[in-house]
Design a protein around this ligand. Structure first.
Ligand code: ATP
Ligand code: MG
Length: 753
């Protein structure tokens, strides 16, 4: 058990001590509508972890009350995620749908108590009757129905006698409650849809607020742990269980903070969009924050468990820097995996004073000497080295091979360059070199000094492999959509080379390719004919803020990374001042938590933001630009090097706010500002970027687009209304993004309908 207890474990211990529960029973209740992501891993660790720590158990429960979105393949993905993380889920998987009959009976009980009624108001009216935060709502006129009528209607709802949306079952609680969720919440709705488990048996499906608490109760859950956004649902949770007067013990709900990570999106809905949109290769694409993605990329379960442990359990939402997760995997693999050599972009080196071949005995774990395991590294006349590891006109501080500077080939000899061979275009095709026979690593008596060691392979024995170099899927910290995708998130190198032992001995599935990073044999695409390796993570945090201009690292590659360098990307908890800022941003200025988190933690960005804000009161728009654009600029610059001022940024935002330019164009303008420091209005003027909102200019463009696409027009008329978006998109494109999207939308709508 851990030394310092989190607040959930404190509650659990108190409940056990007081005898409230004999056994701790938790549950992990995902909706099977997508693959689980790293946020779910956090929830899994909490729920299964607490159960394990207190000798209880945790139910894996599919919250399958929304038939249109759910699927068995997601159930399987959830099961395997829990197993892969190493938790015991028992033999059973639980399903809310297993309780549909019991839930129905509980609903009848509520009706009989006069605590639930069938409402037939339409959705729109229902919304207007709900009131606002400041005003009490009004109860529906149908709330006066007799118990008999309610029972009759509810039975008919179940029998499928009504259409979707015709009636709902609502709890009769309090239309004036300060907590809006208590204003007669919906308990059941009609949905004529095929459920992946119950088929067409049901025409009504219970709502989360009704199904969840009762499923917890039915399963004997003691602690129902969920994320903070359910805080306001806690009152209904209690109302349902209390009103039904259920026998004790009953479960109670406790909330913790959701995990957010920068440079990615996390909700299953957004992930599904990427999968369906083809931006990634599937749910297990190594660039996704899904558990299947991490697994395929080569992450170990230990690294994820460790990460979940490090981030802890808190009651305030915050965003974790992805480099913290990267640190965890690096830290885990650093200790475990064999170190071998790979050349990604080969350059031929011919050792002119060497004939024949020999094997060099090289440890797989040179950083961990007592650890056994080594392989034979063939050395011969023809080698491959990394193209980057030779430089004809080296900059100051270049420590690898140059015409004047010898270098050591890792585990082997010191070599020096004698001649550089080039093709007609001046591209280097080969290095003629010599080696020093008495310089062999471990028995070097040559007395030659070198500044680094580089990876290499014997050309004849090297095995060709494909390596897939993954980078972050999005290029900004708080991505808003596909516009923010990183175009270089995947680079495939078809003809990289590895030393033969990697393929023939297969000492592991994961390797450190020295100086390149950690790699994993792709579990799906790897074949003997075409070995494929995924890059798991680099050797150091390449994103950590650059403080000085880049400098060659003096240490040879074999030296283990120092802890300090790796810790750089780690996230500390907020200081009091940062927390105050965060609170102000989220409550007063209504920024979303992710944006507020980035601003609050960064002294420069927050003061820049405040300055811009004092020039223009538009907190949300300014925050978005500061977090997404300004932050990128300051990453490797000093504040004094920025070409633009906070006032100019305010000017840019003003043009978005008053619709002079679209936010898409704003990005373009910003890039100009960052390069040349001109005023945004000058740039907009000079480049003719002003947003076009005048219908008399836009209308003819729409006509043209329609005329050019008769097939789609036909399809649209035949009922494919999705094509509306197609036409809007074409018009925006035709104007180079300058047309006002709202106006285009409205006009296209009018023209087509
Ligand atoms: P999403 O928005 O990604 O679909 P969700 O909350 O709708 O997430 P569920 O499948 O309903 O996903 O969640 C199952 C459990 O996992 C819930 O208890 C939920 O609170 C928890 N969970 C989901 N996302 C996170 C997260 N980012 N951090 C921590 N816990 C999470
Ligand atoms: Mg959900």
């Amino acid at each position: 058990m851990r030394e310092s207890k989190d607040f959930l474990r404190t509650i659990v211990e108190e409940d056990l001590k007081s005898g409230k529960y004999k056994e701790v029973i938790t549950r992990f209740p995902p909706e099977p509508n997508g693959f689980p992501h790293i946020g779910h891993a956090k929830s899994i660790c909490i729920n299964f972890g607490i159960a394990r720590d207190y000798n209880g158990h945790c139910n894996l429960r599919m919250d399958d009350t929304n038939p249109t979105k759910e699927d068995t393949k997601y159930v399987e993905a959830l099961k395997s995620a829990v197993e892969w993380l190493g938790f015991d889920r028992g033999d059973n998987v639980y399903f809310t749908s297993d309780n549909f009959h019991k839930l129905y009976d509980y609903a009848i009980e509520l009706i009989k108590m006069g605590k639930a009624y069938v409402d037939s108001t339409n959705e729109e009216e229902m919304r207007s009757l709900r009131g606002t935060v400041k005003e009490a709502g009004k109860r529906s006129k149908y709330a006066v129905r007799s118990i008999e009528e309610n029972l009759d209607l509810f039975a008919k709802m179940k029998e499928g006698e009504f259409k979707d949306g015709e009636h709902v079952l609502r709890a009769k609680i309090d239309m004036g409650a300060a907590n809006m969720k208590l204003r007669d919440p919906l308990l059941y709705r009609i949905r004529h849809a095929n459920h992946f488990r119950t088929g067409d048996e049901w025409s009504i499906y219970p709502m989360y607020d009704f199904a969840h608490c009762l499923s917890d109760y039915i399963e004997g859950i003691s602690h129902s742990i969920c994320t903070l956004e359910f805080e306001n649902n806690r009152d209904i949770y209690n109302w349902v269980l209390d009103t039904l007067g259920l026998e004790l013990p009953r479960p109670y709900q406790h909330e913790f903070a959701r995990l957010g990570i920068n440079y990615t999106v996390m909700s299953k809905r957004k992930l599904l969009e990427l999968v369906e949109g083809g931006q990634v290769s599937g749910w297990d694409d190594p660039r996704l924050p899904t558990i299947a993605g991490y697994k395929r990329k080569g992450y170990t379960p230990e690294s994820i468990l460790n990460f979940c442990d490090q981030i802890g359990i808190a009651k305030a939402n915050s965003m974790v820097d992805v480099s913290q997760l990267e640190f965890c995997i690096r830290d885990d693999l650093n200790k475990k995996v064999p170190r071998v050599m790979c050349v990604i972009n080969p350059l031929k080196v011919t050792i002119q004073n060497y004939e024949g071949t020999e094997d060099i005995d090289a440890s797989y774990y040179p950083h961990d000497v007592p650890k056994e395991g080594s392989r034979k590294l063939p050395f011969s006349r023809e080698l491959y080295i990394e193209r980057d590891d030779f430089c004809e006109n080296p900059p100051k501080g270049y420590f690898r091979l140059t015409p004047e500077q010898p270098v050591r080939i890792r585990h082997g000899f010191i070599i020096s360059c004698k001649e550089v061979i080039k093709d007609a275009n001046g591209k280097i095709t080969e290095i003629k070199a010599e080696y020093y026979p008495d310089s062999k690593s471990g028995s070097d008596t040559s007395g030659i000094k070198v500044k680094s060691a580089i990876q290499w392979l014997s050309a004849k024995e090297a095995k060709q492999v494909e390596v897939r170099l993954y980078d972050r899927l999005f290029s900004c910290e708080a991505p808003e959509g596909v516009d923010d995708l990183n175009p270089d998130s995947l680079r495939i190198i078809k003809n990289a080379f590895v030393e033969p032992a990697v393929i023939t001995e297969k000492p592991d599935e994961r390797f450190q390719f020295e100086r390149q990073g950690y790699f994993y044999a792709d579990p799906i695409d790897y074949t003997d004919e075409k070995p494929v390796f995924n890059k798991i993570v680099g050797l150091k945090d390449s994103y950590a803020k650059k403080k000085k201009p880049t400098q060659e690292v003096v240490k040879p590659a074999s030296k283990p990374q120092t802890k300090k360098a790796q810790v750089e990307g780690e996230v500390a908890s907020m200081s009091e001042a940062q927390q105050l800022l965060f609170d102000k941003y989220t409550t007063e200025l209504k920024l979303n938590a992710e944006v507020a988190n980035i601003l609050a933690r960064d002294e420069f960005l927050s003061s820049f933001y405040q300055e811009a804000l004092s020039a223009l009161n538009s907190p949300v728009s300014i925050a978005n630009i500061v977090v997404n654009e300004v932050s990128k600029e300051i990453k490797d610059k000093q504040a004094s090097e920025l070409k633009f001022t906070s006032k100019q940024i305010a000017g840019l935002v003003k043009m978005i706010d008053d619709k002079t330019i679209s936010s898409k164009i704003a990005k373009q303008v910003f890039e100009e500002m960052a390069k040349f420091g001109e005023n945004p209005s000058v740039i907009v003027e000079a480049k003719g970027l002003i947003q076009i909102s005048d219908p008399s200019i836009i209308a003819p463009i729409i006509d043209e687009v329609i005329a050019k696409n008769p097939d789609n027009l036909e399809k649209f008329k035949a009922g494919n209304t999705k094509l509306l978006g197609f036409f809007v998109g074409q018009v925006l494109k035709a104007t180079g993004g300058k047309a006002n999207p709202q106006v285009v939308n409205k006009l296209v709508h009018e023209k087509l309908n």
